[in-house]
Design a protein. Structure first.
Length: 80
């Protein structure tokens, strides 16, 4: 598997479909599915000085990715 991608795979492994391609530039993290067959995912790119992350929605027909909450910053970790 490549980092930043989402793929659907049949239970028997016979078919694989790319849902969110690696070259789309997302760092996909959390996934939440809805009753209509779509899903939301978080994108953990950027930082507080350059907020590129966000929450995105993939429609059930896998036709498009919609920005729901764009421009979110990932919490920076500091060692104390």
């Amino acid at each position: 598997m490549q980092r930043g991608s989402v793929r659907a795979i049949e239970p028997d492994g016979t078919r694989e479909q790319m849902i969110v391609a690696t070259d789309a530039g997302f760092l996909v993290n959390d996934l939440v599915f809805d009753n209509q067959g779509g899903f939301y995912f978080t994108d953990s790119r950027g930082n507080s000085a350059d907020p590129q992350g966000g929450v995105f929605y993939v429609s059930p027909n896998v036709g498009s990715i919609h920005a729901i909450l764009p421009g979110l910053a990932v919490r920076e970790r500091h060692s104390d």
